[in-house]
Design a protein around this ligand. Sequence first.
Ligand code: NAD
Length: 486
Amino acid sequence: VSENRVLIYIFGGSGDLAHRKLYPALFNLYRKNHIKHNFAVIGTARRDWSDDYYRSTILKSLEELPGSFNQKNSFTKHFYYQAHDVTDSKHYIALDNLGIELEKKYETQGNRIFYMAMAPKFFATIAEHLKSQNLVSEKGYNRIVIEKPFGRDFASAKELNDAISDTFSEDQIYRIDHYLGKEMVLGLLPLRFSNPFFEQVWNRDFIDNIQINLNEELGVEDRAGYYETAGALRDMVQNHIMQILALTTLGAPEKMSAEALRDQKQKLFAGLQVYKPEEVSKYFVRGQYGASDIPDHEPAYRDEPNVAPNSTIETFVAGEVHIDNDQWRGVPIFIRTGKRLPEKNSRIDVVFKPRQNPIFSQPDEPNILTIEIEPEEGVALQFNGKKIGQTTDPARYQLTYQHSKAEIAQVLDAYERLIYDVILGDHTNFSHWLELEKTWKFVDAIRQYWDNNAPTDFPNYKSGTAGPAASDSLLQRSNRQWIYQP
Ligand code: NAD
C-alpha cells in the first residue's frame, strides 16, 4: 500500500460527530495502514484546548475499538488543535500557519481536506474564508467534505452551493450521505447488473412495486434543536431515501465510474414526478409519535426536551413515488421512514407481479426480493414451489444470503469508507449537486403543502408501533401491503 499523504482540517473538532464518527473512522484507516506516517489532522473549534487535551478526548473516543494503547497513542500524536471562531478572519491565518508547519513535518505535499463537522449555517462562511485567507493549497489537492443537511429547501441549498462553489469546484466537493457507504447499498449495482436473473426482469413488465424502509427505533434523543427545523421529510427522504431509490431504479451505467453513475441518476431523477399541492395528501402521509402505551416509558415527541409543546414537525413519513420513464411508468415506489418504530431496520423489498397462472389452478404468489441494509446485511428471495409430500399443493420457498457478523466486523464502516474515498479522490459514493437540485424540488412541493396545511391529528401514532394507520391505507387502496410488518 502506498502512503496517502494528507492534511485534514476538521471544523467542529470538539463536536459530537467528530468524536463519534470521524476519529474512530480515521483510527481504523490508520490501523489498516491506509494512512501511516504522512498525515496530520488539525481540529478546530471555539474552545481553548491544548493539543494534549484534544488528544485525550480522541483517545477516549477510541476506547471501544480494537488496537493497543500504544497504537492509539501514536495515532493521536498526528492531531493538533487550534482554537478558532469561524467568523474571525485572523484565525484562518493561524490555521494556515499551523498547516504549513505540519505539511513540512509530515510531508503531506500540500494535499488538504477540509471537513465541515459543524452547524451548516457556518459552511458558507468557512468556505469563503478558506479562499480569502489563502488556505486553499496551490501545491496538492483541495477537497471539502460537507455533512448533511445540505440546505433545508432548494433555495437554501442553492445558496449554500453557490457560496461553496466560489471556492471549490464540483469535483472538489464531497457531500456526505453515509447511507451511500453502507455495504448493501454499495452492493445494489452488482446485484442488479451482474445477474441476468434480476437484470432482465427489473422493469414495469415484471415488477409490481418497490418498497424502501428506513425505520428507526430511537426517538429524537438530544437532537431536537435541529430536528424541530427539519422533520423526517428533510432529514431522511431528500437524501438517504432518494439516493437508495435512485440506485434501486437507475438504468445501467456505461461502467462503474462517478460520472457514469451521476449521468444515470440524472436521467432517473428527470422522471421523478413532483406532486402538485392537490396531490400531496393522496401520495404522502405524515406522522408524529405520541407516548408509548407502557406507563412512564417513552414520552411523546411533543414532551421531548427542546420540542415545542404544539410542534407540527413530522417524525414519520410514508409516500408513494412515481418515476415517469419507460422502465418504471405505473410502478409505485413506496417509501417509509420514522422514529420510534418497533425496531431499527433498513431494507428494500422488490415485489414482482403475480401472474394468473395458465398451468396451475391458482394464481402465483408474488416473487419478492428483499435487500436488507441494516441491522442484518443480506438478500432474501421468495418464490414458489411444491409442498413436500404426496400433494400438488404449492409452497413458498425462501433463499437467503447473509454476510456473517465476523465478515461485517472486518470491513470498513460507512464513515471509514467514505473518508477513505475522499482521500483517494473517488466521487462515486457522494451526491452531486444536480441530484440535490432534483430531490429538493421534489421534497419542497410536499413540504410546502404540509406547511400550509397544519396537521390536526398529531400525535397520530404511539411510540413502538408501525406508524399512523394512513400509512397502511396508502398501499391498501390498490390492494397492496407493506411486505415488512414490524
Ligand atoms: P456539535 O454541536 O456536537 O459540534 C459542533 C462543533 O462546532 C463544536 O466543535 C463547536 O465547538 C464548533 N463550533 C460551533 N460554533 C463555532 C464557531 N462560531 N466557531 C468555531 N467553532 C464552532 O455538532 P455535531 O453533532 O458534531 O454536528 C456537526 C455537523 O454534522 C452538523 O452539520 C450536523 O448536522 C452533522 N451531522 C451530525 C451527526 C451526528 O451524529 N452528530 C450525524 C449526521 C450529520
